[in-house]
Design a protein around this ligand. Structure first.
Ligand code: TIU
Length: 239
């Protein structure tokens, strides 16, 4: 007799350094800091001297993964780096680092840089959260630092994380390391993350997967979506 796959089937994704497997009831998608301030002109990223166009390639593939998670009703968490309007949670060391022309809290073309409530601080329209998704404000680079992310994940029974976001070697890397130390298995999708520095993007991905996956696994959105499709055929049928 043919055994039908169920929603609880293990999903197996080709990845490096080896296959990443997860129980779909225990997985969450992290969309890290897809904010106008990093991805669009006139924001915090540009104020640091960066070419923000280098990040835009990550948006379309992340949208496909987001659509898949929404369709499956799997947990989605969006993070936003930024600070309270009174800047009471902003360390002087972070405000003054690099002596930029515009600092966090100063007014730029999209409002106050990296300040909650400003246009620049918000998530880009292409990946905008919908009702039921977690939006997590964080004052640091890692998404676990100074937030209730770990509580949310543990309460939801989450053990496996799919990581997308910007920038690869800053907030994504910090978050992956924090997650790894807390016992979460992380798959970083290489086409769903971006850096202002191509060499840092490459190095960060190498570091994740080196030494048998010392921080986590690296894969692609296509391989993830194909694996989900194969394990849960109704995804394809409902499109
Ligand atoms: N500057 C840089 O590459 N990144 C950040 O400041 N924050 C995040 O990565 N979100």
């Amino acid at each position: 007799m043919e055994v039908k796959e169920t929603k609880n089937a293990e999903i197996r994704v080709p990845a490096e350094p080896y296959e990443f497997t997860f129980d779909p009831t225990r997985v969450a998608l992290l969309c890290i800091d897809f904010q106008r301030d990093f991805v669009e002109a006139g924001g915090f990223g540009e104020s640091l001297g960066n070419d923000v166009s280098t990040l835009r390639g990550a948006i379309a593939p992340t949208r496909k993964v987001l659509d898949c998670f929404r369709e499956q009703d799997w947990m989605v968490i969006h993070t936003r780096e930024g600070h309270r309007e009174d800047l009471s949670d902003l360390f002087p060391s972070k405000r003054d680092r690099g002596n930029p022309t515009l600092r966090i809290g100063d007014i730029g073309p999209m409002g106050r840089l990296l300040t909650r409530g400003s246009k620049g601080h918000d998530i880009i329209p292409e990946l905008y959260p919908i009702e039921g998704e977690v939006v997590l404000d964080k004052p640091g680079k890692g998404a676990f630092y100074g937030t209730d992310l770990e509580t949310i994940l543990r309460a939801g029974g989450i053990t496996h994380l799919i990581l997308t976001g910007v920038t690869t070697e800053v907030c994504v890397q910090s978050t992956a390391r924090e997650a790894n130390d807390r016992g979460f298995d992380c798959l970083i999708l290489s086409d769903c993350t971006g850096s202002y520095f191509p060499e840092f993007y490459e190095s960060a991905l190498h570091m994740f997967k080196a030494q048998g996956g010392i921080v986590g696994w690296v894969g692609t959105s296509t391989d993830l979506l194909t694996a989900v499709d194969a394990a849960i055929p109704e995804i394809g049928e409902s499109k």
